[in-house]
Design a protein around this ligand. Structure first.
Ligand code: ATP
Length: 326
């Protein structure tokens, strides 16, 4: 088994609340085990530019409550090339780094797996950090819970104004390929209908649903941005063209869903996954993702995490939502 002495930690792809608690856990678990840690700024770009700094227990003081990532993140095209990966490897070797914890989504893991196959002498463990909750091998990803809570807060506020004016609101939430935020926030916010990328809700079904509850003073439809009709504005227009009497309004929540102090769930998840990532490295693991399955930490190979697709929208939740919003 490779003896780990120095661990690099980075965040990559879209930022997600919970990344900071995870960085904190990685740094402190490593130092507790007498390992050195360097922080890499701006994801894979920082590896290529050698933009790193030594981290100590006090480097991560008071960051549990911070959204975003203190290490910054980036989308780095150069890391997709062999030359970029080689630069990153040479920089890591020059600093005598022998292990990495990468926190990010499927793109981040794809890059990490490719890098680790080329350069297996640097062990790599991935932590699922993306608000979309779209990774196989973990029931939850970092940031999903906080983002969902943010959306619920917005729905509650919009409900106040929708109710006062008898309006139909379409609220678009993040999720190009994943309807997890839309479904959970829609249930918790009492949405009348939820439109997801994974399911084919027809316009007829939507209109039937809205018309079957005529005495409601307001209605809210949650639309995930990847929904196949094209987004909240497009759906609102189709509905308005069909039923002229509706007063329709559209709100796109956008990037505010990424921000904010991590929820208790994301702080605990980040702490657990960061701690588990370092322990996995110390046990000689590599090319794996640490995840949460039924409240237990589980390792999944990066290859499996990337090749499998998990449908996290349980049918009974969709059925329940339809019944509870009558
Ligand atoms: P999110 O789910 O929030 O979008 P992500 O990790 O999927 O997060 P991406 O931008 O897709 O975000 O990927 C992050 C980075 O991973 C990319 O900017 C790139 O540097 C690296 N990466 C992605 N795909 C590859 C690849 N095929 N080879 C090498 N590196 C890659």
């Amino acid at each position: 088994m490779q003896n780990i002495r120095k661990i690099a930690v980075l965040t990559s792809g879209g930022d997600a609340p919970g990344m900071n608690p995870c960085i904190r856990a990685v740094v402190r678990t490593a130092i507790y085990n007498n390992k050195e840690v360097i922080g890499v700024r701006q994801g894979y770009q920082g590896l290529i530019d050698n933009n790193t700094y030594p981290m100590h227990t006090r480097s991560v003081s008071n960051i549990l409550a911070l959204g975003g990532t203190i290490l910054k993140t980036a989308r780095c095209l150069e890391f997709r090339t062999d030359e970029g990966q080689e630069k990153a490897y040479r920089n890591l070797k020059a600093q005598e780094v022998d292990a990495m914890v990468v926190i990010g989504g499927d793109g981040t893991f794809t890059g990490a797996l490719r890098f680790s196959r080329r350069y297996p002498d640097i062990a790599v463990i991935g932590v699922p950090g993306t608000i979309d909750n779209d990774l196989y091998g973990s029931d939850y990803t970092l940031g999903f819970d906080t983002a969902t809570n943010t959306v619920i807060e917005a729905i509650d506020k919009i409900r106040d104004t929708a109710d006062s004016h008898d309006r139909l609101f379409f609220i678009e939430v993040m999720g190009r390929d994943s309807g997890c935020i839309a479904l959970r926030a829609g249930i918790a916010g009492g949405a009348e209908a939820i439109m997801l990328p994974e399911t084919e809700t027809g316009i007829e079904d939507l209109i039937n649903k809205l018309e079957s509850s005529p005495n409601k003073s307001s209605s809210i439809v949650i639309v995930a941005e990847g929904e196949h009709h094209g987004g909240a504005y497009d759906i609102a227009k189709i509905v308005k063209d069909r039923i002229k009497s509706y007063h329709t309004k559209v709100t796109i929540l956008g990037h505010l869903q990424r921000g904010g102090s991590p929820s208790s769930f994301d702080r605990i998840l980040g702490s657990r996954l960061g701690y588990a990532a370092v322990n996995a490295l110390l046990q000689g693991e590599s090319q794996k993702m640490v995840g949460l399955r039924g409240n237990a930490i589980k390792l999944t190979s990066l290859e499996e995490a990337l090749s499998q697709h998990e449908f996290k929208l349980e049918d009974d939740l969709m059925e329940m939502t339809n019944i509870l919003s009558i």
